[in-house]
Write a protein that binds this ligand. Structure first.
Ligand SMILES: O=C(O)CCC(=O)C(=O)O
Length: 283
């Protein structure tokens, strides 16, 4: 098999065909890793992998994180978080309607995520796309005074924020217990982070988990964040992924935010498994 790569947009996105991630030599892995850093979203088509192979491939990028929503983890393979509207014999096969708001995965963790690896097992006939927005490209397009203003600011991130602001309003979303929220108290991260591998500066705020900019008043913080969120999703920073079954998609949480589109009906199945890679080694 010969690997081939097609760039999707100037800012982000690459499609790779002709590889089997379960049998990948170091040279092909290095090419995928390079593409992950360069293009931020890497779509690898036509994969037939077990959950174990999915986790093994993901581990080549770094240590894996276990999602705080324990009920949605795959039994026996807790690194796999199940996003699904499928119900078998009355048992939900994952979290329905997950991530239907702009966010980067796990920015509410003290040590946030490097990237995510999502495998599509069943996809709707139409819809259920994922939107990605590049946070280095949007940073670079800001004016120099705005970059300087943001350079020493800190943002507060909270897992609860996404649930209170977005998820609980979506019919069919499963409630989250106070115990889970208590396990993830708010954390702080710089508003601008330097990508450790590309050296590019990235905006590191997102509507899902960022509560406010700590150094500003609440009103000022709301206004600045609203401006940034509008700026960050301009079309030129954007890639929309239309899933095919057996797509394996890697995305870089250091240089992207993303949003799942909940436009498909209950008669359509969307069944995905995701792993999340830690940014660094700390537990
Ligand atoms: O289901 C998707 O398309 C994206 C899911 C998501 O937002 C996530 O995994 O955090």
């Amino acid at each position: 098999m010969t690997m081939s790569l097609r760039q999707m947009t100037p800012s982000l996105g690459a499609e790779i065909t002709g590889v089997d991630v379960a049998n990948l030599d170091n040279q092909d892995f290095d090419a995928i890793y390079e593409s992950f850093n360069r293009h931020s979203v890497v779509v690898i088509r036509d994969q037939n992998i077990t959950p174990e192979q999915h986790a093994d491939f993901s581990r080549r990028f770094g240590k894996l994180m276990v999602h705080v929503l324990k009920d949605d983890l795959l039994e026996g393979q807790p690194e796999i978080y199940r996003l699904s509207n499928k119900v078998e014999n009355g048992v939900p096969q994952g979290r329905p309607n997950a991530g239907q708001y702009w966010h980067s995965d796990l920015t509410y963790e003290k040590v946030p995520s490097k990237g995510s690896v999502m495998y599509a097992m069943e996809v709707p006939d139409a819809g259920g796309d994922t939107l990605f927005a590049h946070t280095a490209a949007s940073y670079e397009a800001l004016s120099e005074p705005m970059k300087a203003f943001l350079s020493d600011k800190t943002a507060i991130h909270d897992f609860r924020h996404a649930y209170d602001t977005f998820s609980k309003r979506i019919p069919g979303t499963m409630p989250i217990s106070e115990e889970v929220f208590a396990a993830r108290p708010p954390v702080e991260h710089p508003v601008i982070r330097t990508h450790p591998e590309t050296g590019r500066q990235c905006l590191f705020v997102n509507p899902g988990f960022t509560v406010r900019i700590k150094e500003l008043s609440y009103d000022e913080s709301d206004a600045i964040l609203a401006y940034l969120y509008g700026h960050m999703i301009k079309p030129q920073f954007f890639y929309r992924h239309n899933w095919r079954a057996n797509d394996l998609v890697l995305w870089d949480n250091r240089s992207l935010m993303h949003c799942a589109v909940g436009d498909y009906g209950p008669d359509q199945t969307r069944h995905m498994h995701r792993t999340t890679i830690m940014d660094g080694d700390a537990a």
